[in-house]
Design a binder for this molecule. Structure first.
Ligand code: CUA
Length: 343
């Protein structure tokens, strides 16, 4: 995947990043709520501004001879009741529509069971990336871990009701984060020590972008979200590949890269399925090359950026938890070649 293609994709998706362009039932409810609230508050704004401008012009300062002073009112029960009751009523109506929307978007995550057609994924927010643990799909227990790019199946556009729903369980490993893909659902926080849930489903295939929406440290702005909605068959293909162990290196360079990787402290944090690398502290690299971006969506997953990352992650993401290891050029080349073979 070239950088230019990726950039074009990102631009295209960014155009659709608006909450006014929903692609999922919870996002629909939120758009409807936003329209109602904007209409009510916009109406109030208009009325107040019209009366204000009218008063400014009509009662502007004039020479004493032409004075046009409005009637002076000292204490009026009807007026005081009116300007207390009207805002209270408006607030009450707003509260009701908000409560209705809260009820609509509220996840009702059923326990996974055979043939339920649901995808259950646990999302762990970390400084500053997303871990995805695929737990259940179609009532089948999964053991797939990936990072930063969530793949989900699209649902059938003609089907009614909840169908092929995506249930997310949201956890945090460190500080508060917030999961926000505007076209799919509202924000839900990931809070240490607490489990939150959310759900969505969409018939629209393609890439949906989002962003961590809770300040979580210096690199909060570089904690991007990417959700790929695949055709069900493509999703199955992707999942089947993710369930496999990593490819075994075939040629000398790759073998040297694997050996260098395994001899460094890389293995303490990263996991590569089917190898001694079993770290759970950093992104799972088993199928690194199935991802289009690196470091939580901040750069395309190209050889150059991967090399930069391996040499010194602090340049791309200052204060991230991976240090520069001071590897020799030869080791860097071999490790990058090995990582790029992990499809
Ligand atoms: Cu994670 Cu902001």
């Amino acid at each position: 995947m070239g950088g230019a293609v990726l950039l074009a994709q990102v631009q295209q998706a960014a155009e659709n990043l608006s909450i006014f362009n929903p692609a999922s039932p919870p996002a629909n409810s939120i758009r409807d709520l936003a329209v109602v609230v904007l209409a009510i508050t916009g109406g109030i704004f208009l009325i107040v501004e019209v009366v204000l401008i009218y008063s400014i012009i009509k009662f502007r300062r004039r020479p004493a001879a032409n004075a046009n002073e409005p009637p002076q009112i000292y204490g009026s029960h009807p007026i005081e009741v009116a300007w207390t009751a009207a805002p209270a009523l408006i607030c009450f109506v707003l509260m009701l529509v908000v409560a209705r929307t809260e009820w609509e978007v509220r996840p009702r995550t059923p326990p996974p069971k055979e043939g339920d057609n649901a995808l259950h994924v646990t999302v762990v927010g970390r400084q500053w990336w997303w871990e995805y643990r695929y737990e259940w799909w179609n009532g089948r227990k999964l053991n797939v871990i990936t990072a930063n790019e969530l793949h989900i199946p699209s649902c059938d556009p003609d089907a009614e009701g909840v169908q092929r729903p995506i249930y997310l369980k949201l956890l945090s490993a460190d500080v508060c984060h917030s999961y926000w893909v505007p076209r799919l659902a509202g924000k839900t926080d990931l809070i240490p020590g607490k489990t939150n849930t959310m759900w969505f489903q969409t018939a629209e295939q393609g890439l949906f972008l989002g962003q961590c929406a809770e300040f979580c440290g210096t690199q909060h702005a570089k904690m991007l979200l990417r959700v790929y909605v695949d055709a069900p068959a493509d999703f199955e293909k992707w999942l089947a590949n993710e369930e496999k162990d990593a490819r075994t290196p075939t040629d000398e360079t790759l073998k040297r890269g694997e050996a260098a990787f395994m001899s460094q402290s890389c293995v303490n944090c990263h996991r590569i399925g089917g190898t001694p690398a079993k770290g759970t502290y950093a992104p799972d690299l088993t199928h690194l090359m199935s991802r289009q971006t690196l470091a939580s969506g901040i750069v395309p997953n190209t050889k150059e950026f991967l090399r930069q990352w391996v040499v010194d992650p602090q340049k791309l993401k200052p204060r991230c938890l991976m240090p520069a290891f001071g590897l020799s050029d030869g080791d860097v080349d071999a490790i990058v070649a090995y990582l790029r073979s992990l499809e």
